[in-house]
Write a protein that binds this ligand. Structure first.
Ligand code: IMP
Length: 191
């Protein structure tokens, strides 16, 4: 049987690297939000692995909720169009909101979510992302907390997918170009 690990060209961040990042970020958030009850908003589906590990490192009273804002089709390039496909249950009015994201690429998704929380009356809106792909930023958006920088490569694992797959790899790796090519060939007549 084919392993999901076969889709990985090389590992970028091991489970230990990720643990170090979540520990550091969790400590910082515990300090910065001391005395507050935080509404932690996870961006589905990519953020769930990171969100769970981060929350366990935050010594704070937290509410959790989820939003799905999708700007990606099935490939590796953003469509640029953003829609809310799953909305929050919580009322964010007057709340300190912390958005948790897996990766910030162009910044469009994060900017949309931050603006949306402000529009809905949040008291404060900050974000915590695992990977910051600064080279591809097209929108100015503040990334208050992040695990580390990542270059202009398409990564999979620890929540991040390619065409819906590989989220359950326990580490972050760069996808094999052949996997992307095979997918493109199979779907070249789709549009
Ligand atoms: P942005 O709106 O361009 O910043 O895109 C953000 C979203 O695109 C992230 O939440 C991811 O779901 C997805 N994304 C961007 N880069 C990657 C990547 O390298 N691997 C997997 N998903 C990615």
């Amino acid at each position: 049987m084919k392993s999901i690990h076969d889709a990985v060209d090389h590992k970028l961040f091991s489970e230990e690297d990720i643990d170090e990042m979540t520990t550091r970020l969790g400590k910082q958030l515990t300090k910065d939000y001391a005395g507050k009850r935080v509404l932690v908003v996870g961006a589905l589906k990519g953020a769930i692995f990171f969100m769970v590990d981060l929350l366990k490192k935050m010594d704070l009273p937290c509410d959790i909720d989820f939003i799905d804002v999708s700007s990606y089709g099935n490939g590796t390039e953003s469509s640029g169009k953003i829609t809310v496909t799953h909305d929050l249950e919580a009322d964010v009015t007057g709340r300190d909101v912390l958005i948790v994201e897996d990766i910030v690429d162009t910044g469009l998704t994060l900017k949309f979510m931050k603006d949306e929380m402000i529009k809905r009356g949040a008291k404060s809106v900050k974000c915590c992302v695992l990977l910051n792909k600064t080279a591809r930023r097209t929108t100015e958006v503040e990334v208050e907390y992040y695990g580390t920088h990542v270059g202009n490569e398409f990564v999979i694992g620890y929540g991040m997918d390619f065409a819906g797959l590989y989220r359950n790899l326990p580490y972050v790796g760069v996808i094999k170009p052949q996997v992307v090519e095979e997918f493109s060939k199979k779907h070249e007549n789709d549009n």
